[in-house]
Design a protein around this ligand. Sequence first.
Ligand SMILES: N[C@@H](CCC(=O)N[C@@H](CS)C(=O)NCC(=O)O)C(=O)O
Length: 214
Amino acid sequence: MAANLPVLYSFRRCPYAIRARLALIYAGINVELREVQLQNKPAELLELSPKATVPVLQLPDEVLTESLDIMKWALRQHDPEDWLRGDVQKAQDLIARNDGEFKYYLDRYKYPEREPDHPQTYFREQAELFLNALEGCLSVQEYLCAEYFTLADAAILPFIRQFAAVDAEWFIHSKFEQVRNWLDRSLQSSLFTKGLQKYPVWHTGEVGRELLEL
Ligand SMILES: N[C@@H](CCC(=O)N[C@@H](CS)C(=O)NCC(=O)O)C(=O)O
């Protein structure tokens, strides 16, 4: 019953929420998914997390308000394909760079009208520095930190998906061939198909959908 499950406050398109959902699905952890609207967050979420970002995972004895904490918690419960293998330091560095510098430029590339001092291409070029690093990793192995999919891939892919969608035509013709292949084959996996499913918006008093039933 969804009513007895941990509760995940989520927003379908949010890359942080996507990475959390991927880890939960991969680990086989069912949760009650409450899809929120960022413009109209439910009081229950604001009460749990004053910073009011998604994702938030409400467990019986703790509340996790950072996507990476949710991922790591999920993997501590069950990690069937050993996502924590591979070059752990490199994974940590790539994720930090993704969440820091890359996310900063991605947001400005997406909404260039908010930054009239620079053309959109400026932000894309800055973001491309991170893609150069990813292209380098993917030129020597199948996935970012190993020959197999690991935590770093799940944590970073949702952001690159967003970057690629800003100007899909440009991305398709860009020099980032390895990144494109990596993104395409990952998006085709059943994990991503499940992780990107649409959910109805949750309202107070309702029971949300079960993540693993979607
Ligand atoms: N560091 C947080 C960042 C989460 C975050 O910023 N999520 C965005 C949506 S993509 C959000 O909730 N923003 C609040 C808002 O737009 O009101 C995490 O990793 O979970």
